[in-house]
Write a new protein. Structure first.
Length: 168
């Protein structure tokens, strides 16, 4: 998926997951308090960063340009759509942020990160979801940046707006 698509899906995932944890008990923490603007801002910022972070392994991506040394290192070790496009890396980074930084940042990051993996899972390239097993899995529904990706973004945005409208 393109940068703009990953950004959109990260915002959608961040918003939906924030709403969900307000009412659904989590095994570790129970029901989160409604939370204030500060927690929501942290959650959403983390979701956006999480939604873009897996592409740190590509030097021309937004994250790759923001963190060139990390990008180079990750690309040398695992290549593009390798380690950073796996559930193991999602658990490692999201769990680390949850445990050592804060709950809103860890969960928000994980939601955005998961949206990125889901988006790339839909593309023709697939992802190595169970890395280090290198087999790329995916639905392979469309190519990056094509009409189908744009149409899916419109449908997802419309569904999110519809849900928001009827929940408020």
């Amino acid at each position: 998926m393109t940068y703009k698509s990953h950004l959109l899906w990260a915002v959608l995932a961040g918003s939906a997951s924030w709403a969900a944890v307000q009412v659904v008990p989590l095994p570790v923490v129970g029901i989160l308090p409604v939370g204030g603007v500060s927690e929501f801002a942290q959650w959403m910022a983390a979701a956006v960063i999480g939604g873009l972070f897996p592409d740190v392994d590509h030097p021309h991506s937004r994250m790759g340009r923001a963190m060139p040394l990390v990008s180079w290192l990750v690309r040398c070790i695992a290549g593009h759509r390798g380690l950073t496009h796996s559930l193991a890396f999602l658990a490692l980074v999201g769990g680390g942020l949850f445990c050592f930084v804060s709950m809103p940042i860890g969960l928000g990051f994980a939601a955005g990160y998961a949206s990125h993996l889901f988006g790339d899972f839909l593309t023709d390239g697939g992802i190595p979801l169970f890395w280090p097993w290198r087999r790329r899995l995916g639905f392979r529904l469309f190519a990056n940046g094509g009409f189908a990706e744009a149409a899916l973004n419109v449908v997802a945005s419309s569904a999110a707006f519809y849900a928001w409208w009827h929940l408020h």
